[in-house]
Structure formats: C-alpha cells, structure tokens
Unconditional design. Structure first.
Length: 167
C-alpha cells in the first residue's frame, strides 16, 4: 500500500536556507550567487539578512557558525546562514508576498542597501587623521635614525630610493 501522508514543514530543519553568498554581487553563479547581478548586494552578511527578514515578519533562525560550501574565505565576516520559514504546518504560506525562496532573496537584496549600517559612513575622516599621524611619526623616527648614524659613523649617503648606505 502506498503511503499518502503529507509532511507539514514546521520544524526548523524544513525552513529554507539563505547564505550571504546567494545575494553577493562579487560572486559569480558558479561561486554561488542565485539572483541577477543587477539586483545583488555587495558583501551582505547573515545578520543583515536576518534583520530584513525579521522586519517583514518572517519566522527566522540565524546559524552564525555555518559556512557555505563554495565559500573559500573562512573569515568570520563570511560565516552564517539564515533559515526562513515559508510555509506553516498545514502547508499554507506564512506571508503571501513570499511564495518562494527566490522572492525572499530578491526582497532581502532590495532592502539591505537601505539599512542604517549600510547608509551611515563612519570612521572615514578619522582614518585619514590617523594615517597623517602615522606618517609624522615615521618621519620623526627617520630623522632620529639619520642623526644617530651621523653621530656614530660620521657620514651617511642616501641613494635615489632613500636607502641609507654607510661609508
């Protein structure tokens, strides 16, 4: 006899999986991108996908230590997987506007660039100041080294590249 029982996906293992690589415009299709490059986002993170999906009202679950199998970079920034519930236990859609996995991915890719952490530009001016201070320290150190060389060795000759040659 054939079993005609229908599985009702309500457990977390039946949720769809969305990896950041699916939405990344830096990836090729062979590397795992699943949406058109014109709609993809630059380097999305799993937490950004989680924020977008939870904001809409989807039931989600973030797995931070999961890695996409085609991701060659093992950095923490590229880790993470978001599980999203599309259907309820009876088989009906949770939200009518998201009938498929692709619709969720396209929506997330549309909203992620509008997130606050994407639109705020923090630390841009501070970095240039820090670089300037670093170069000043470097110049000061070079002056100290050359003056020390003059005191100890007598004369120092620099070639065209700025390399010191002691004579």
């Amino acid at each position: 006899m054939a079993c005609t029982a229908v599985r009702f996906p309500a457990k977390q293992d039946r949720f769809i999986c969305i990896y950041p690589a699916y939405l990344n415009n830096k990836k090729t299709i062979a590397e795992g991108r699943r949406i058109p490059i014109s709609k993809a986002v630059e380097n999305p993170t799993a937490t950004e996908i989680q924020d977008v999906c939870s904001e809409v009202g989807l039931n989600i679950f973030l797995e931070k230590n999961k890695m996409y199998s085609r991701e060659w970079n093992r950095d923490v920034h590229y880790r993470g997987r978001v599980r999203v519930q599309l259907k309820q236990e009876d088989g009906s859609l949770c939200l009518v506007q998201f009938p498929s996995c692709k619709s969720v991915m396209l929506y997330a890719a549309e909203i992620i660039p509008k997130l606050k952490r994407r639109t705020q530009k923090t630390g841009g001016g501070d970095q240039s100041l820090q670089q300037g201070e670093g170069s000043k320290k470097r110049e000061r150190k070079e002056k100290e080294v050359t003056s020390y060389q003059h005191q100890v060795c007598g004369t120092t000759v620099r070639d065209m590249n700025g390399v010191s040659n002691l004579y």
